[in-house]
Write a protein of this length. Sequence first.
Length: 145
Amino acid sequence: MAFSGWPEEALDFYDGLAADNSKSYWTEHKAVYEEKILRPMTELTEELAAEFGEPKIFRPYRDIRFSQDKTPYKTHIGATIGGSCYVQLSVEGLGAGAGMWEMNPEQLARYRDAVAADLLARLGALSRGDLRLELPIVYATGVRR
């Protein structure tokens, strides 16, 4: 089945879980989790798998052994797709990201060249007045005048 989004019940589930993060709440609402949250996440990750790689949906249970916060369940669902993509749904909203860890030297050089070229293009647009500077500003270290 094709991914068509998460229904409002998914957010209602997480609202309730935030208010009552207990085994009894989880047990009573597990069917909602499986149908309204897990199934859509599975559909989404399966659709993205062809382009980005194998998906992994994280378990909903927290590891509380060494945590001061003993709430047993996560108040979000998250998944990785391939080695570099992440998606998460919670009451706060939908988040997605991508990145790499430890690029090989050739990849790192290409990445740095692309960032430098983009920065130069943006600075040129800024100096011409084609681009407006908005916060937050990210400062580079080691830049010389």
